[in-house]
Design a protein around this ligand. Structure first.
Ligand SMILES: *Cc1c(COP(=O)(O)O)cnc(C)c1O
Length: 356
């Protein structure tokens, strides 16, 4: 017998590449193109390095309190983690322990099946309809839990609150996780449903709308009971997941609501303008409520465009996977970044029209 027989083997999640070129346009991992709030810079400058000698607050008290106030819930309903990936993985481990399969869409965040495999959770995917919408009736079959992003990734498509409630209401005997990584760009949060349903867990992140992907902060809000179960698993795993700077700087990001609203509004305005420009160039896409557009071209294969863009140091995301292999996921950057993308695409589409 070889030691390899006892190895937990997993096929890891493939994150978007993180190139670092001077003049690149990076539109491939849905980061915010604007810096974090000014208060974050001030707090970062004021950090006393000597504090790093001590363990951080294992309850992330300051950050939890600020989030509870902001979202009008009790601190006991908030759980903070090292990015929402940490929160989601912890939630899978905590709540998806039954024998029945956990359900999620066939086209969705590609970390869900990886966590299911890692934690040994059976799962089943439900096909989105031909317009990329979730079919709520698919979530009426026996299951061990449900998870989906809203707006969905990588489509950017938002489901209305009625659809979300229908799924939560039809699954009172399991936990339903709504991953709201992109909700701040025009989505509708499921948070108000928490008053009616104790099986709902809403997960959000600081990585996209709060411009802090590098700091790794995510959180979820649910019933007090649910959060207690999550804490028990977390404290059995690693008490000090979140470092001190993340706790302090994260709280500052939430405190500056005006900056948050201004930058997200700017991204939404750019997105709407880019939608119009892409249409003129022959692209079509589901109507995004996120900080990216999931676009396909009328006659040029997505993979070719992806490679051509990459040659020009413009990075977008492409997956050679069923149903989505002719699509590009383009993050919304600054106006200048999008201008460079559109300039390139105008020339590229024009050139390819002449060849055809
Ligand atoms: C980006 C993303 C996350 C994770 O983000 P973190 O950086 O780990 O907070 C989770 N879910 C979806 C759908 C995402 O797109």
């Amino acid at each position: 017998m070889s030691w390899e027989e006892n190895v937990r083997t997993v096929v890891p999640y493939t994150a978007g590449e993180q190139p670092n070129k001077a003049d690149m346009v990076k539109l491939n991992t849905n980061e915010c193109p604007y810096p974090p709030a000014p208060g974050v810079e001030r707090a970062a400058a004021g950090l006393d390095y000597r504090q790093l000698r001590l363990y951080p607050d294992p309850d992330t008290g300051v950050l939890t309190k600020v989030l509870a106030e902001y979202y009008h819930v009790k601190p006991e309903q908030v759980f903070v983690g090292v990015g929402s990936d940490d929160v989601l993985s912890m939630a899978f481990m905590t709540f998806f322990n039954g024998p029945l399969p956990v359900l999620f869409p066939d086209v969705t965040y590609s970390f869900y099946d990886v966590w299911a495999q890692l934690h040994g959770i059976p799962y089943k995917t439900c096909a989105l309809d031909e317009n990329w919408h979730i079919c709520p009736r698919d979530y009426r079959q026996p299951n061990g839990g449900v998870v989906f992003p809203n707006p969905n990734a990588p489509t950017g498509l938002l489901e209305d609150l009625g659809t979300v409630e229908e799924i939560v209401a039809a699954n009172r005997d399991v936990v339903v996780i709504v991953d709201e990584a992109y909700v701040d760009f025009g989505g509708v949060s499921a948070l108000p449903l928490l008053k009616k349903y104790d099986n709902l867990l809403v997960v959000q992140t600081f990585s996209k709308s709060r411009a802090m992907a590098g700091m790794r902060i995510g959180f979820c809000i649910g019933s007090e009971k649910m959060i207690r179960y999550l804490q028990d698993v977390k404290f059995s795993f690693n008490s000090y997941t979140m470092n001190l700077p993340a706790q302090i700087l994260g709280a500052e990001a939430v405190r500056d609501d005006a900056y948050f609203k201004e930058t997200t509004a700017r991204i939404v305005a750019t997105r709407e303008r880019v939608k119009g420009e892409l249409k003129k160039l022959g692209f079509s896409f589901p109507d995004s409520s996120a900080n990216f557009i999931f676009a396909t071209h009328g006659h040029i294969p997505a993979e070719r465009i992806f490679r051509a863009l990459r040659e020009a140091d413009i990075y977008v995301r492409y997956w050679n996977k069923p149903r989505i292999s002719n699509y590009l996921r383009i993050t919304i950057g600054t106006e200048e970044q999008m201008e460079r993308l559109l300039d390139f695409l105008k020339k590229y589409v024009d050139k390819n029209r002449k060849i055809c």
